[in-house]
Design a protein around this ligand. Sequence first.
Ligand SMILES: Nc1ncnc2c1ncn2[C@@H]1O[C@H](COP(=O)(O)OP(=O)(O)OP(=O)(O)O)[C@@H](O)[C@H]1O
Length: 308
Amino acid sequence: MKLVFILNKTAGNGKGLRMWEAIKEKLTVPYDLYVTGYPEHAYRLTCQLAEQAAKEKQYVLLIVIGGDGTIHEVVNGCADCEFLLLSSIPAGSGNDFARGFQAFRQVTEIEAYLQNPEIEHVDLGQVEYTGKQSFINNCGVGFDAFVGVKANHSEIKKWLNQLGIGKLAYVYYAILGLASFKPFSLSVSCDEKIYKFDRVWLATISNQPYFGGGMKISPSSSTNDGKLEVTIVHNLSRIKFLLMFLSVFWGGHTRIKGVEQMTGERFTLRYDRALPCHADGEDLSNHTLQLHAIVQNASLKIAKIVPC
Ligand SMILES: Nc1ncnc2c1ncn2[C@@H]1O[C@H](COP(=O)(O)OP(=O)(O)OP(=O)(O)O)[C@@H](O)[C@H]1O
């Protein structure tokens, strides 16, 4: 099995580079390293690696050193490849993939894995809008996408990143959003049934429990059950919504009236105005009034890690 790293040096405000420098000192096995130079580069690199691996019929352990944005690109590049096994060394600011799936923590684990590789098949989500993308963690519409899109495109985040406190940009836009975001009307089709909701803050479709950098929004989500879960937050005043948001960190929100969860294989979300949408925290720039998401059962291969 070949060992390949994809490194986003800029992830976690330079944490990617710092982690790589520590890892390469300790590695005693051969490897290839690809460094991303721009957004979407990880996707292109993965497509090339997938093609090469298929041609050579050789399994590749592909370790992403980066955050959820880089993982999202890599997942989209390797979704249909038989020979790529995905794993990560978390180096982003959110790292929800590493929370919901396994991740390498030490070089010894990587080297032990190569001696005795085991594969796990996990579910992948696919979201259709004006385009089509795979998602590994979650996708959704509403307040969380509003905060993510505003923060990621802001000068404030770049400035705060230089001070090593980029996460504060999300806090800033969350406070702004609490004051200005207007709840919306939503119809959810879950498998064959249709449900309607008013004054909706957000709707998130999850493949694993975590989103937003460690918030346990969907505690019952499992990565290999062939299902997705939708969480809808509606009919809460601004202050109650804020309290609900805080309780998401430990999963306490599921007991709050106004938080609905449903499990299914296919969902369509229809809303009454153009809204920010995301897949794995990345802006979808969706210009339609609907999102359609399905689960692709056991369609991604990841490395099954035995912690050392
Ligand atoms: N060399 C680069 N320069 C600028 N941006 C890059 C580069 N390489 C990758 N990117 C982009 O950086 C974005 C963010 O990276 P990543 O998600 O790995 O880190 P993060 O934002 O710190 O972590 P998280 O998503 O977990 O919060 C990715 O969406 C990717 O497209």
